[in-house]
Every structure is written in C-alpha cells, then in structure tokens.
Design a protein around this ligand. Structure first.
Ligand code: GRF
Length: 199
C-alpha cells in the first residue's frame, strides 16, 4: 500500500515508517512526505531515503481554505492509499477530509480523549497524572477527536520533564504507528457505533 506522510518536525515517527518499509513483510511503503514548512528534519529524512517531498506553506496561500485545497491537491498527486499525520502541526480542513477522510490517521502522544491539542505532553506533566500513553486514531473534523484505532500506556515518572516523557512516548508511538498501519492495510477498519475495530 502507498502511504503519504504529513510531518512538520524532526520526523522520528516518519523514520519508523521509512524503516518499516525496508521490511518485506511490512505491507506499506512511504511514497511521499508533505510538510507545511521547509527545512524540517522530516524532509531531510525523506530525501535521505529517496522519497519525494513537497512543502505546502500556509503563507503561500491567501487563506486557510486555499491552503487546505492546495494540501489536498498535493497529497492527491501522490496517489496515497493511506495518509499518516505524524507530527503535523496543522488541522486538516474540509477539502482535505473530503478527499482523504476515512483513510487518514494521526498519532498523538497522550491517551485521548485526555490531553488533546498542541502541547499534550506539557499538559500531561503539568497535570500530574501517573499514566499517559500513545494514541493512533482516524482523523475527523475535530481536534484529536476521531475514532481510536490503537492505544498503549506509558508510565509517568515523578522526575519526568516534558522532554524525557515525550521521548519515552515516542518510542511507543513509533511501534504502535507501524503496527497500526500494517493492520489497516491488511484488514481495513470498520467504524461502528462503539468505535472502530480492526478485525
Ligand atoms: C510525536 O509525538 C507526535 O505524536 C506529535 O509530534 C511528535 C512528532 O515527533 N504530534 P517526530 O517529529 O516524528 O520526531
């Protein structure tokens, strides 16, 4: 299956998907990486792996709607079977979801619905919870609100900082994301009233 990855940061989760693609057993290959900003690590990692990249900058478009349409068109050009948002810093808008809703997943470093939004690990440490984790979910029109596909818990240590905790969560995210992509490609996902099941 063809996977297009959306990323805005260092791309360590992207790297896990790139590395998984080298395993003949893994049924998905990253065919493109698209970012909202130039010069990020994710783009360098894609280029190093020989994977095409594209940048769709909000500043290059008159408004959010135009940017959303441009992003959808750019991703459409990569002909993905599945889109993975792995540290993508923007909300996916109506035009994108019209084209790729139902086959776009996101990974979030918290146990949704706890700690949605842009700084979940900082919020987690600030709140003082004892357990957090990683969530992979289908993307819908909300902020981190789509049906949950997979989750795994991560213990919060008393001396954790945002950075130490986030790195430990990302180790789990990388594995859960790769496993979830493989499961989706092999079995698809059935969204029912009680959430989504991967058979
Ligand atoms: C991940 O924790 C992801 O869940 C969050 O941003 C981080 C991206 O990490 N949205 P990286 O850029 O893949 O290293």
């Amino acid at each position: 299956a063809r996977v297009t990855v959306l990323a805005s940061g260092s791309g360590s989760l992207l790297q896990a998907l790139l590395d998984a693609g080298d395993d003949a057993e893994h049924p998905a290959r990253v065919v493109a990486v698209v970012s909202d900003r130039a010069g990020v690590g994710a783009l360098d990692r894609a280029t190093a792996a020989g994977v095409p990249t594209a940048v769709v900058r909000p500043g290059d478009h008159p408004d959010r709607v135009a940017w959303d349409e441009a992003l959808a068109a750019t991703v459409a050009g990569t002909e993905p079977d599945l889109v993975v948002s792995a540290g993508f810093a923007r909300l996916l808008g109506p035009a994108f979801l019209a084209a790729f809703g139902g086959r776009t997943i996101n990974t979030h470093p918290a146990l949704l619905p706890a700690f949605p939004g842009a700084q979940p690990v900082r919020d987690t440490v600030a709140y003082g919870v004892k357990v957090t984790g990683a969530t992979v979910h289908l993307v819908d029109a909300g902020v981190d609100t789509g049906p949950v596909l997979a989750q795994e818990a991560v213990t919060v240590d008393p001396d954790d900082t945002e950075d130490t905790l986030h790195e430990r969560i990302k180790v789990v995210e990388r594995r859960v994301l790769v496993e979830t992509v493989a499961a989706l490609v092999r079995h698809g996902a059935t969204v029912t009233g009680r959430g989504v099941r991967i058979p």
